[in-house]
Write a protein that binds this ligand. Structure first.
Ligand code: C2E
Ligand code: CA
Ligand code: CA
Length: 431
């Protein structure tokens, strides 16, 4: 029906009202809702969103579902300003929370906009360009973006990356950077988080956001993670030989937690390099766990039995159940950087950080604050009893060689100094 109406609108145009708007509306975080609350809740939410979108457009407009949480909207006879107004109306229509099966859900959407004849004269081109605009809108979250030809330039590159990752892994182009985690009281480095980068021969240094989603969708996340593990374990062996014992944290993706072979594979890598399992921490996000909680609990329990430590990453951002925190028996809780980095300027975030530290401690967990961007944030975390700090103020993620320059040049950094030091002194203790 959408295709038919698009064709009709586009061929009918030409005289008084030449332009036709094609928009793609995509819900933010829908997958998380689906994974966490189940498909029946997801389905009902989609239907409720559809009803609100249809109510927000004019009678001549068409709202069609493209699939999943994606809708297309066709609005004939509008100019650019009217198209933007329509997009704003749709965004506004989603403002009030939805209640689905007794659960209150806040839903945001991103919208990509394209207009004929400027951005194309056939339905297929307009849809494709609205999709490119959607990609731009997604990066900013909860807003709309109008198609711009320069956005397009990145798209084919991204598509090319897809086919290229396999080659990149085989060609050893993945590099692990390390970000220190410090004892918040002494400033002593107690561990590092391994964060992968891709040194691409043509595109330069690519950040994980640019290729991890692809890796997750194509099954390449398994070899990727194994490569990150191998590099981190090899590097930590070198540090240990120099007398520096650092806990190394590696991030896991959702797919790993459904793989019952994972614990065995990790054990092999550890044995191969003669690294004790308690030197390794695996970081998993709430949504990773909630995707398939039963299986995740099994896999995580197997890992923990081997003596590997577990951390819940980005805590506070997902729809998780607190009871899983107990069932999983994790060792560490990492408060999401969005709360931490704003705690000095936003009272609500400060309250969330304080309560989360308390919750973690009541459950017997070590609490890590990530996103410590300033000395002031570090200072505020101290009286709250936060155990470990991580963030740009202490150090950005750096290559192994640079970390080693730090570690080896300043043995005091790992000597376990205690006593009250000003945060700056603590920083130089770390640096
Ligand atoms: P994450 O696990 O939450 O990692 C922390 C991210 O926060 C890193 O981004 C780090 O550079 C950034 N960060 C550190 N300190 C600060 C700060 O003070 N302020 C702010 N604003 N940000 C800070 P990065 O390296 O770009 O990694 C992004 C995400 O990619 C990671 O988030 C993680 O989810 C994923 N990732 C990275 N490496 C791997 C990997 O080897 N495997 C998997 N599965 N995911 C990975
Ligand atoms: Ca992490
Ligand atoms: Ca995190």
């Amino acid at each position: 029906m959408l295709a038919l109406r698009m064709q009709r609108a586009l061929t009918a145009s030409g005289r008084p009202t030449p332009s036709v708007a094609v928009m793609i509306v995509d819900l933010d975080h829908f997958k998380e809702i689906n994974d966490t609350l189940g498909h029946h809740v997801g389905d009902e939410l989609i239907a409720a969103v559809a009803a609100r979108l249809s109510g927000a457009v004019r009678t001549d407009d068409t709202v069609a579902r493209l699939g999943g949480d994606e809708f297309a909207v066709l609005a004939p006879g509008v100019d650019a300003a009217e198209m933007v107004m329509l997009a704003e109306r749709m965004t506004k229509a989603l403002d009030d929370p939805f209640t689905v099966q007794g659960v209150r859900l806040d839903v945001q959407a991103s919208i990509g906009l394209a207009l004929s004849p400027d951005h194309g004269s056939d339905g297929e081109t307009l849809l494709q360009r609205a999709d490119v605009a959607l990609y731009t809108a997604k990066e900013r979250r909860g807003c709309y973006a109008i198609y711009q030809p320069e956005n397009d330039e990145h798209t084919p590159e991204r598509l090319a990356l897809l086919g290229d990752l396999r080659r990149g892994i085989d060609a050893n182009e993945l590099v692990v950077y390390y970000q220190p985690k410090c004892d918040s009281r002494t400033g002593q480095i107690v561990g590092v988080e391994a964060l992968v980068r891709w040194r691409h021969p043509k595109h330069g240094l690519l950040m994980p956001d640019e290729f991890i989603p692809t890796a997750e969708n194509t099954g390449l996340i398994e070899p990727l993670t194994m490569e990150v593990l191998r590099q981190s374990v090899t590097d930590s062996t070198r540090w240990r030989a120099a007398g520096i014992h650092l806990q190394v944290a590696v991030n896991l993706s959702v797919r790993h937690l459904t793989n019952l072979d994972l614990p065995g594979h990790i054990a092999e890598i550890l044995t191969e390099h003669d690294v004790p399992p308690n030197m390794l921490t695996l970081e998993v996000t709430e949504s990773t766990i909630m995707a398939d909680p039963t299986r995740a609990v099994t896999v995580l329990a197997m890992l923990r039995e081997q003596g590997i430590a577990l951390a819940t990453d980005d805590f506070g951002t997902g729809y998780s159940s607190l009871s899983y925190l107990r069932r999983l028996a994790v060792d560490e809780l990492k408060i999401d950087r969005s709360f931490v980095s704003r705690m000095a300027t936003d009272e609500h975030d400060a309250v969330i950080v304080r309560s989360t530290i308390e919750l973690g401690h009541n459950l017997g967990l070590r609490v890590v604050a990530e996103g410590v961007e300033t000395e002031e944030i570090w200072r505020r975390l101290l009286p709250l009893g936060c155990d470990v700090v991580q963030g740009y103020y202490i150090s950005h993620p750096v290559p192994a060689a640079e970390l080693e320059r730090w570690l080896f040049a300043l043995p005091g950094a790992t000597a376990g100094t205690s006593g009250t030091l000003t945060p700056r002194a603590m920083r130089s203790e770390c640096a």
